[in-house]
Design a binder for this molecule. Structure first.
Ligand SMILES: Cc1cc2nc3c(=O)[nH]c(=O)nc-3n(C[C@H](O)[C@H](O)[C@H](O)COP(=O)(O)OP(=O)(O)OC[C@H]3O[C@@H](n4cnc5c(N)ncnc54)[C@H](O)[C@@H]3O)c2cc1C
Length: 546
């Protein structure tokens, strides 16, 4: 059995950060296992490649959800990265962190000492290399480039004007003193190319002799002896030969919100009755594993444009050639677009403690898998309710480690979530109806003018709702009985085993989830190394904002 100090399972954003940080010490031997291939596909690196990646099965797992009880039994397409860089290699590059109160609630209401916003802000700043901001909220010089968009589409700017007309203030920085408002998103790009943890953290670290990275290597079981994790069993490529790697110090699971609970369950760590029913030997009865799944569900408005103003015109070959020329000769144009260019944060619940709706505006239709494409030119406004009360599960379908798990985000299980999604869609329609859009729009096509009552809007949301790609929470951090890891990310009741990725979030943050996961990776690295982060002074505005 090959020996290392740390074996890390899963080369997504959190795994890449950890592998890089831990191997900074040349005497520490680190192995990173990633089930997917290397991130060599050009669509990963061209920002606009996002439109291909949501339907990919080459760089993603090809999951569908279980039949969704509150969404008419639909089985939703559920993209999740399976490639070096994980979701960070296929995502829309939107850079948002959530609201300070999200983290303060982790600390105050979930018992996660050390995870308040003042505690985690230094880690957000540590990974950030912001092109425009340098202040108490933002970092510069970190590995991940956070940039303004090079060539935002004119319809995205029209959206920003329309949102202001609907009452949302213009906000140049969703990650600063104030989250609410509308604007163009900053994106994780460097010079018009994707900036992911695989590119920025892992690639330079791979030159180190003490870091071994195995791709197309799927962990099938954690090896546990006398309540102590000692290594990982995995299969490579053809899945024929089983291998194992020994961890002298710790095993770190970073397989994401679906992969991490799946691996724990396969290893006999989880709800005992559920494991026994599948014939899996119970190693440690931990009821919370795979529970507490949370995700944002997107409900969208699609409007028809009165002229070919959308990105859909780039399906024509001569336009693609022109876009390619613009990109390679001048470093600009549609290839630099992350597609979800504009958006904002606003309120569905008038009593909400902070914005509870997020918008993503896309100048096109059908740009993401599962979203209707109009025959004519269209544009899409996604609205997502940000703090759902519904909780779902990740469970094993069988004891076969290569079988897909049963993923049930349980969208719309709670009446409150249904009402807030309906309100979010109404806000989206209101924005699309503003004067700024009038010269460009012919008519709303979806939901369409006939869909007006709450019951009809909900029926539409069930028919067309889609994942916003933010599953979290399935190895919940905390101190109560459904917790899986403690605030130092150690699996409760077992030694030398941590989970360090998006699955540990006790509550879903009010935003996209890549930046929060990078923060978790950075903080996890310090926890593993035993480094106590000396907090930078919290910005003065932090007090006011929280
Ligand atoms: C299509 C899409 C669009 C998104 N858009 C945005 C956005 O614009 N902005 C934003 O902030 N966030 C976005 N996100 C969310 C963000 O990318 C995720 O929150 C983030 O990637 C989570 O990181 P993670 O490290 O927890 O897990 P993952 O990214 O899921 O990485 C886990 C890795 O572990 C590997 N793995 C799993 N099981 C095993 C195993 N048994 N053995 C070996 N390897 C394994 C997987 O292949 C994967 O590479 C998007 C996500 C998706 C999928």
């Amino acid at each position: 059995m090959a020996g290392y100090d740390y074996v890390i399972v899963g080369g997504g954003p959190a795994g890449c950060v950890l592998a890089s940080r831990l191997s900074e010490d040349p005497v520490v031997r680190v192995l990173l296992l990633e089930a997917g291939p290397r991130d060599t596909d050009p669509y990963i690196h061209w920002p606009v490649g996002f439109y291909k990646l949501t339907s990919s099965t080459k760089n993603a797992w090809g999951y569908r959800t279980a039949p969704l009880a509150h969404v008419d039994g639909r089985r939703m397409w559920f993209p999740q990265g399976r490639v070096l860089g994980g979701g960070g290699s296929i995502n829309a590059q939107v850079f948002t962190r959530g609201h300070p109160k999200d983290y303060d609630e982790w600390a105050d209401k979930e018992g996660c000492a050390g995870w308040s916003y003042a505690d985690v802000l230094p880690y957000f700043r540590r990974f950030e290399d912001n092109e425009r901001f340098s202040d108490a909220w933002h970092g510069t010089g970190g590995p991940i480039a956070v940039s303004d968009q090079i060539s935002p589409h004119r319809m995205s700017k029209v959206f920003v004007r329309a949102a202001q007309e609907a009452g949302l203030p213009y906000n140049p920085d969703f990650n600063g003193a104030r989250q609410e408002g509308c604007g163009l998103y900053q994106v994780t790009q460097r010079s018009g190319r994707r900036s992911s943890a695989a590119i920025e953290y892992l690639r330079p670290a791979m030159r180190r002799p003490n870091l071994t990275v195995r791709t197309r290597a799927t962990a099938t079981r954690l090896l546990v002896e006398q309540a102590r994790a000692v290594g990982v069993e995995y299969v490579e490529r053809d899945a024929r030969s089983r291998q194992s790697a020994h961890a002298d110090a710790e095993v770190l699971v970073t397989a994401g919100a679906i992969g991490s609970p799946k691996l724990l369950l396969l290893s006999g760590i989880g709800p005992a009755d559920e494991l026994r029913a599948l014939g899996i030997e119970v190693v440690h009865d931990l009821p919370g594993v795979g529970r507490n799944l949370q995700d944002h569900i997107d409900v969208y408005v699609i409007s028809e444009l009165c002229a070919p103003y959308s990105y859909n015109k780039h399906t024509q070959l001569h336009r693609q050639l022109w876009a390619g020329l613009q990109y390679y000769a001048f470093g600009c144009g549609p290839v630099t677009s992350n597609l979800a260019e504009a958006g904002g944060f606003w309120y569905a619940d008038p009593n909400a403690r902070s914005p509870d709706i997020q918008f993503h505006f896309l100048p096109g239709s059908g740009l993401e898998a599962g979203v209707t494409q109009l025959g004519e030119h269209g544009c899409t406004l996604n609205s997502a309710f940000l703090r759902p009360l519904s909780r779902g599960t990740v469970r094993l379908a069988s004891a076969d480690p290569l079988a897909h798990p049963l993923i049930d985000p349980n969208y719309f299980a709670e009446d409150y979530d249904r009402r807030m999604s309906i309100a979010g869609l109404r806000l989206a329609r209101e924005i699309m109806a503003q004067p700024a859009f009038r010269p460009y729009l012919r008519a709303e096509r979806l939901p369409g003018p006939d869909v007006q009552s709450d019951a009809d809007v909900l029926a539409y949301a069930k028919q067309h709702g889609k994942t916003d790609y933010h599953p979290v929470g399935t190895c919940k951090m905390g101190i109560e009985e459904r917790a899986v890891v403690d605030p130092e990310l150690r699996v409760l009741g077992l030694d030398r085993l941590r989970v360090c990725d998006s699955s540990i979030m006790p509550r879903l943050v009010s935003s996209n989830t890549n930046a929060p996961t990078l923060m978790i990776g950075e903080k996890a690295a310090d926890l593993v190394r035993g480094v106590v982060q000396r907090h930078l002074a919290a910005p003065r505005e932090l007090q006011a904002a929280t």
